[in-house]
Design a protein around this ligand. Structure first.
Ligand SMILES: Nc1ncnc2c1ncn2[C@@H]1O[C@H](COP(=O)(O)OP(=O)(O)O)[C@@H](O)[C@H]1O
Ligand SMILES: [Mg+2]
Length: 289
């Protein structure tokens, strides 16, 4: 696997920027970066350095991984997703070597293709605070840092990491300047952002569905307003539930179900609130600062 070029399909799906609702600041930064990296020669012209690493952090289920997938789909060079299962082994001393191999692979690919991105989803599995870690885990943090530091500005290798943890839970050396130069926070969506996420999610589904799956007259603003406390993943779950209900109705009645309406979603949000007891106005376990 290591020698082969990684195809975008390895990231499972091709996403467009518009598939990710809200999180404008992070999205803008990544859109611009994908354009910037396409014209790397200009770094020399302006005698400036590209960012070595980008760290995307924030509570689970709000589009971090999605954004990187959209970034990967927009880039013309390889994005290598680091599989945690390829890194961690039970053999002593092997895990840091496996991590090292990923960096070597990225450097080789960047030489051939002009650039390569190493993508660490849930990077906290690698760079948790060293105090209190076992020796092997300690070594992996050191290996990561050594490799990040060893990347020359013209190596063409860039690192993207995502984490659901707060930055203070990561090893402080990893977040020091010169390693992850860009840090993007994706917080809980606001009402306006939830409105966009409903829109983006339904449009994304329609692209691949074989029926007309939602009405033209959707009241997206209302949906955004009544889904306070919901993450993007909660919204995706609501829509899934509505779609499955439509399916079940078709099986039951042997008739085509009408497309999804605002009411269908409102009812499902109501039921979801009751079943999941979504705690309104409360951000659990994460502080946006
Ligand atoms: N901003 C968003 N726009 C559209 N869908 C979203 C958004 N955030 C989350 N989702 C939905 O939730 C799922 C999980 O999102 P993900 O990007 O994996 O979250 P994270 O990496 O922040 O934990 C996505 O596959 C998508 O269906
Ligand atoms: Mg994720």
């Amino acid at each position: 696997m290591m020698e082969q070029e990684v195809k975008k399909e390895e990231l499972e799906e091709i996403l467009r920027w518009e598939d990710v609702g809200g999180c404008h600041e992070a999205k803008d930064e990544l859109v611009n970066l994908s354009k910037e990296l396409a014209y790397q020669k200009l770094y020399q012209r302006w005698n400036c350095k590209p960012p070595k690493g980008i760290l995307i952090y924030g509570p689970r289920g709000n589009g971090k991984t999605m954004l990187v997938k959209a970034f990967a789909s927009a880039c013309s060079f390889p994005v290598i997703p680091v599989k945690q299962s390829d890194i961690w082994t039970k053999w002593y001393g092997e895990s840091p070597k496996n991590l090292q191999k990923y960096f070597s692979k990225a450097k080789n690919l960047a030489k051939k293709r002009g650039a390569a991105i190493l993508f660490f989803d849930e990077i906290d599995d690698i760079v948790l605070k060293r105090s209190g870690l076992h020796e092997e885990d300690h070594k992996i943090v050191t290996t990561f840092l050594r490799n990040m530091d060893g990347l020359r500005a013209d190596s063409g290798v860039y690192v993207i990491g995502c984490t659901n943890l707060e930055l203070t839970q990561l090893d402080p050396a990893t977040i020091r300047a010169g390693r992850f130069d860009i840090k993007l926070c994706i917080g809980h969506p606001t009402a306006a952002e939830r409105t966009e996420i409903f829109k983006a999610q339904l449009k994304y589904r329609e692209r691949y569905a074989t029926v007309e799956n939602f009405m033209d007259s959707m009241n997206y603003q209302h949906l955004g307003e009544i889904s306070e406390g919901y993450s993007g993943a909660d919204i995706a779950e609501i829509i899934d539930r509505v779609c499955r209900k439509k399916m079940r109705d078709e099986v039951h009645t042997l008739k085509n179900s009408p497309p999804i309406s605002t009411d269908d979603l409102v009812n499902q949000i109501d039921r979801y609130n009751k079943s999941m007891q979504v705690v309104k106005n409360k951000k659990i376990g994460f502080q946006n600062d």
